[in-house]
Design a protein around this ligand. Structure first.
Ligand code: FAD
Length: 447
């Protein structure tokens, strides 16, 4: 749509999804207010309400590309400030489905930085937009609904340091409050009962940061993937700014380690000893932090005819992925960009009354690939519960072929790297140049 869609938009939550949505909305609304419960954090350190900031975060190619489109030169700024640049296939030593992958230069260059470092950089660029305001220390406690309960008219906000509660009226609301989102509870009854897809992965995450002499490693990143059901643990080492290495261990349907010793024992239980040996030789520079991810969840608002208008739910509030695939921030970026594209497609302001229906349908399509990638692997475990797609066995047979062939077939690995980075759809594996290679017998290269 040419020109402005409305006077004011409110974004609930000021993390990755909220900030990127606000950036997009600033092109369409006079005034964009981010309501964020946390303190203002103009430092590159973990925020109270983002406990996952203590864990390594991967930013996929698709996410990098969106950030550069929304904030030109953003990735160069990260690099200038110290982000580590790594070639996905060349700088990663990866043990996956019983094989070490053969490394080669792919040109898929990732920037690696800790989560607070990335968030700080986005915050900094957001300050260039004079029509975006961040209201910190303010908790959204409800939605303002029209009398017929069909339209969201604004939000109710509690500001602990001042005099209680206030209403903020607006033309459009984005819920970007993350996994703990309360929107469902605040919606009218029929909408709050819209379907939900849930896969009970019961995954623990345990991360500790280290420093070491990196000159002897021969890699920037190292990963030992889980292979369910027999191998429920995964481990990854990623290099970040200031010569920091984040070591993360994850386990499906397993208890997290409580001590450094238990952390090391889990590393020892992995099918290869590289992470265990790294831990013996490196110096810890942080505490051990753990986090539990009980569910992978996606709201199917597209299946409800009763969703209130003038509101969309994005980011982890809409869909929470298995974090071991590193998709959440990049998908949130793609969702923000989709929001902009759909607002631009509107013919007139009246379309805001039905916008959400069309948007939720597109959101399902956008998230389908990353969602399928993770749940296909989860469902290899008989005790991981959720609605198994009918073709899951076929998908698992095919992905096993892909994973094994990618160990020493360059173009299969390149395609896998592109699909994992969300720059290609999984249909790329069906290209005539790739498909036959999935069925070539490969030599065992276990190290
Ligand atoms: C352990 C772990 C590891 C992860 N690793 C990766 C990774 O490697 N790569 C990746 O891309 N993603 C990863 N993720 C996912 C990633 O953290 C999220 O997808 C990403 O932060 C986007 O989330 P969000 O912005 O939707 O919500 P969040 O980041 O959870 O932020 C929600 C925001 O809303 C605010 N808020 C909440 N409620 C209210 C309220 N009522 N009023 C006002 N403000 C409110 C919070 O203070 C917070 O700032 C990981 C997640 C976890 C848990």
């Amino acid at each position: 749509m040419e020109g402005l869609v409305g006077r004011r938009a409110v974004v609930m939550g000021g993390s990755i999804s909220g900030m990127l949505s606000a950036r997009v909305l600033s092109d369409f609304f006079d005034d964009v207010i981010i309501i964020e419960a946390d303190d203002p954090s103009y430092v590159k350190s973990v925020r109270k309400r983002i406990p996952q900031g203590q864990h390594s975060h991967v930013l996929l190619q698709a996410g990098q590309q969106v950030l550069d489109r929304l904030f030109p030169n953003f990735i160069n700024e990260l690099i200038e400030d110290g982000s580590v640049v790594a070639d996905f296939t060349n700088d990663l030593e990866w043990f996956h489905f019983g094989k070490w992958k053969k490394r080669f230069e792919s040109g898929i260059m990732g920037v690696q930085q800790t989560r607070p470092f990335l968030e700080w950089h986005i915050q900094r660029r957001l300050r260039d937009y004079s029509n975006i305001r961040i209201q910190n220390n303010s908790l959204v406690i409800g939605l303002l609904l029209s009398d017929d309960q069909r339209t969201i008219l604004g939000v109710k906000v509690r500001t602990p340091n001042s005099s209680g509660e206030s209403d903020i009226q607006c033309d459009f609301v984005v819920d970007a409050t993350g996994y703990g989102s309360q929107s469902r509870k605040w919606m009218p009854d029929a909408a709050s009962q819209s379907p939900l897809e849930a896969v009970k992965i019961d995954l623990f995450y345990a991360t500790q940061f280290y420093q070491t002499d990196s000159s002897k490693l021969g890699w920037k990143n190292l990963m030992i993937s889980a292979q369910l059901p027999d191998q429920p643990y995964a481990g990854v080492i990623l290099s970040f700014e200031d010569n920091k290495f984040g070591v993360t261990l994850g386990g499906y349907l397993k208890q997290p380690p409580k001590t450094d010793e238990e952390f090391r024992l889990i590393a020892k239980a992995l099918p290869q000893q590289h992470i265990y040996e790294f831990l013996l030789n490196a110096k810890p520079i942080s505490d051990l932090n753990t986090y539990r991810i009980p569910l992978q969840v996606r709201n199917r608002f597209d299946r409800s005819k009763s969703m209130p208008s003038h509101l969309v739910v994005l980011g982890d509030a809409y869909c929470r992925f298995d974090p071991l695939y590193g998709q959440g921030m990049s998908v949130a970026a793609l969702e923000a960009e989709l929001l902009g594209a759909e607002l631009r497609n509107m013919k007139d302001r009246e379309e805001l009354n039905t916008f959400h229906n069309r948007f939720y349908k597109k959101l399902v399509k956008l998230t389908q690939g990353p969602w399928d990638m993770a749940i296909t692997e989860s469902f290899r475990h008989p005790n991981i519960n959720g609605r198994r797609p009918r073709d899951v066995k076929l998908m698992q047979w095919l992905t096993q072929k892909i994973y094994r062939a990618s160990a020493n077939q360059q173009d299969v690995y390149l395609t896998l790297a592109q699909v994992m980075n969300l720059t290609e759809s999984s249909t790329a594996f069906f290209r005539p140049a790739i498909l036959p290679k999935l069925f070539v017998r490969v030599r065992n290269t276990d190290g």
